[in-house]
Design a protein around this ligand. Structure first.
Ligand code: NAP
Length: 739
């Protein structure tokens, strides 16, 4: 049993909200006694009969007398008169709160009656309700899993605030605190305006001659959209009159936007309609995810997914793995800046590319999709971006932030780039410093961290930059800034990095001069829209290359795989180990080489992995370790320090996982030594949330002698959507539990 938080709670106004709160307090035993006053004696009698309250009082004063919490739950316009009746009976120590839908009006009423807002006056507003009103609709569960907003003033008594918060939490609600002004602005936009539109729309249609027919033929959408037009007219009349200024601001904003749509329809401006609708659709989808408690891209970490594999099997079939992330991402950027419409197919809906897509929509670019990997981008031309209304939010994408910094440095408007908590900790000095050398004006937070404030309208001048550390993101950032700079911008890299930006610029008809380790562009050119069938990601293909190599009697074809020379280390290494991989049908798409790969079972042998192949296969080592364990003879990896600081210490986690299956290995400072010809037993492996490790052990099951269970596999769905289905279809006996 709860220790009651209050001795006597007085509810003034026993309707839907007052009655529901009283009932919840009684049900949860949060007060010793709940009393009420309402101007309708019938309602009070019903309140007692329904068990909503303990006692009905015959006046406001009688109810408030001796109460340590007074809740005003009358329509907002009645508040001031009720407060005047409360005042003489209210104890100094009592907390006074309300449930009204507008908050500035409550504060004004308190000030009018009491002269000031005392430290125990705490305005409140439960974001829960119903179209029904009156005590008969009271429901003690009404607030469960809903939000309650409290808007305490600065001088509030902390202990009283905590007590009131605990009361709402005891009723199942989640309590948020914000200022009165902010509350009224937010509610004007998200609640008051939609109610006004619903009332107005139904009224307009009801006034049409054919009204009965209109309603008869109305589809489900109309019913959903107008549900709130059945709300209590008196209550809403009160709300609009009380929150006048904030509501007028959003009505004006909405009227302007509605007029623009009207003009677009009148003038057959399809591009404008498409721009608004696709932006709205994306925002609504984003909102749906937020409502269901998910991040921008489904936050898979919240779920626990376990892979369970039965041993053995062979790999057969003809498949295409999902599209390359880096190429998907860049296709949006260049497509947006090109002249004409760019069609992208095989697009990977990863976090980076979705954040970028939204940012370009915010800068006025119409983008249709993604729809089953198909995206259509209506390019605005190299100088066609428009100032976004607010900061560009780039989620978790470091790539997006670094590339945007270059792209936006020379736009004629200012921009602010923000990201989630983890992105906000990543240093951006590596791109801000060379951009400043080109003439960009960029402010960062402490330590060169986001948000980045980019001051527009700067004339950039090309520079030559020797990158101190090899980074494809820094290189890409400077080349994109170079599109807008006077003269040539060139970047020299100390070691080869991925060159997707250079290749895609060429694919969009923008010449990139490449000589040795240096790439350069000259500013002032234009991009031409292109068709991009995003190559399948070689890093995803790698699991299947190893799987079909180690499983007996396998013959598997992988279609349309990206064969960028900076990424093909896994194929080179597997071939050195004796794998049978045929490269068929080589071609070029949007500047990127692609091919079909046919892989058949082979007897692999251990090798010393050539160090020049290490940077070209850095993401593929976990699955290559599985190949090494199945090979004959020892495999030695050196020069892979980077692998120890990835999502996990990949080398150690792989070694631990292999050990769990009875496979020996020796971890070294910069690599690993794996004796070959080992038997793989069954066992349980912890992937430490590293998607590549999880998929590698799914592959290992093909040669295992017992069941393999891999924990913490939820991240797989983000990097390789459909992995489990594709693995099962081709021959791995895998089940995912907890999805
Ligand atoms: P309700 O069901 O109509 O209840 C209001 C009650 O207050 C009625 O019983 C009413 O009596 C009584 N009342 C009116 N003036 C009074 C006065 N001068 N003295 C004593 N009692 C008086 O309305 P509700 O939906 O509970 O709304 C109450 C408050 O909650 C409003 O401020 C509203 O903005 C807020 N709110 C409502 C919702 C929602 O969805 N309904 C959600 C959040 C917040 P009569 O029956 O005689 O009029």
């Amino acid at each position: 049993m709860n220790t009651p938080l209050f001795q006597r709670v007085a509810v003034i106004g026993l309707g839907l909200i007052g009655g529901s709160l009283a009932a919840a307090i009684r049900q949860q035993q949060l007060a010793v006694e709940v009393v009420a006053y309402d101007r309708e004696a019938d309602d009070l009698r019903a309140g007692v009969a329904l068990g909503v309250i303990d006692t009905a009082e015959t006046s406001v004063a009688a109810a408030v007398q001796g109460a340590d919490l007074v809740v005003v739950a009358v329509p907002v316009r009645a508040t001031e008169a009720v407060l005047a009746e409360i005042r003489p009976a209210l104890s100094d120590q009592a907390i006074l709160t309300d449930v009204g839908s507008t908050k500035a009006s409550f504060v004004a009423a308190v000030e009018a009656v009491f002269g000031q807002l005392g430290p125990r006056v705490i305005p409140g507003h439960p974001i829960a309700g119903s179209e029904k009103s009156g005590v008969h609709a009271a429901n003690p569960e009404l607030f469960a899993n809903h939000k309650v907003i409290l808007t305490p003033a600065e001088g509030v008594d902390g202990a009283s605030f905590e007590r009131l918060k605990s009361l709402w939490e005891g009723c199942g609600a989640r309590v948020l605190a914000m200022s009165v002004g902010y509350h009224d602005e937010v509610l004007a936009a998200t609640s008051h305006l939609p109610h006004l539109i619903a009332f107005s729309l139904v009224d307009t249609l009801a006034g049409e001659d054919q009204n009965m027919d209109i309603f008869r033929y109305a589809a489900g959408g109309f019913r959903d959209f107008t549900r709130i037009a059945a709300s209590d007219p008196v209550m809403w009349h009160d709300i609009f009159l009380s929150n006048r200024d904030a509501v007028l601001r959003v009505i004006d904003h909405f009227s302007r936007d509605l007029d623009q749509l009207r003009d677009a329809i009148e003038h057959q401006d399809g591009a404008m309609l498409l721009r608004v609708f696709s932006r709205a659709k994306a925002a609504r989808e984003h909102f749906t995810k937020m409502l269901s408690g998910q991040a921008y891209v489904t936050d898979m970490n919240q779920k626990q997914v376990t892979f369970r594999m039965q041993p053995g099997g062979s790999m057969n079939g003809d498949i295409r793995v999902p599209g390359d992330k880096s190429i998907s991402h860049r296709s949006i950027m260049l497509g947006a800046l090109a002249d004409g419409v760019t069609e992208v197919r095989g697009f990977l809906e990863g976090e980076d590319s979705l954040a970028t897509l939204q940012a370009f929509r915010d800068m006025g670019v119409t983008i249709e999709g993604p729809d089953n990997g198909h995206v259509r981008i209506h390019g605005v031309g190299i100088d066609g971006l428009q100032a976004p209304r607010g900061p560009l939010y780039l989620g978790n994408s470091g790539t997006a932030m670094r590339l945007f910094a270059g792209l936006l440095a020379a736009q004629p408007f200012d921009t602010e780039l923000t990201g989630d908590e983890s992105l906000s900790r990543r240093p951006m000095g590596r791109v801000a410093d060379p951009l400043r050398a080109m003439g960009a004006v960029i402010d960062t937070a402490e330590g060169g961290r986001p948000p980045l404030k980019i001051h527009g309208s700067q004339a950039l001048t090309g520079i030559h930059y020797e990158m101190p550390v090899a980074s494809a993101q820094v290189k890409s950032c400077l080349l994109l800034a170079g599109l807008y700079a006077e003269g040539a911008t060139s970047v020299t890299e100390p070691a080869p990095t991925r060159d997707h930006t250079e290749r895609m610029l060429e694919g969009f008809g923008y010449h990139v001069h490449r000589k040795g380790a240096t790439s350069s562009v000259s500013g002032g050119g234009r991009l031409t829209a292109s068709e991009i069938d995003v190559p399948a990601d070689i890093s995803s293909a790698a699991f299947f290359l190893v799987a079909a190599s180690i499983a007996p009697e396998s013959d598997l074809t992988l279609r349309h795989v990206g064969m960028n020379p900076t990424r093909v280390g896994v194929i080179n290494i597997l071939r050195l180990m004796g794998a049978s991989i045929e490269v068929l049908n080589e071609r070029e798409i949007g500047g990127e080489p692609v091919a079909d790969l046919r892989v058949r079972s082979a007897t692999l042998r251990g090798i010393d992995i050539p160090e020049d192949q290490v940077p070209l296969a850095i993401d593929e080592f976990p699955v290559l370790f599985v190949a090494a364990a199945c090979a004959e003879g020892e495999t030695v990896l050196r020069g892979a320090e980077e692998l120890r600081v990835k999502e996990s210490d990949r080398i150690q986690v792989m070694a631990d996982g292999l050990a769990a299956l009875g496979v020996e290995s020796t971890v070294t400072a910069d690599g690993i030594v794996i004796p070959g010809g080992q038997r793989l037993g069954g066992g349980t492996v912890d992937s430490h949330g590293d998607h590549r490790i999880a998929m590698s052990f799914a592959v290992a099951s093909l040669r295992a002698e017992g069941e393999i269970v891999v924990n913490d596999c939820a991240n797989v769905a983000t990097s390789f959507p459909g992995f489990v289905e594709l693995a099962r279809e081709t021959g791995i006996q895998i089940a995912a539990e907890g999805e």
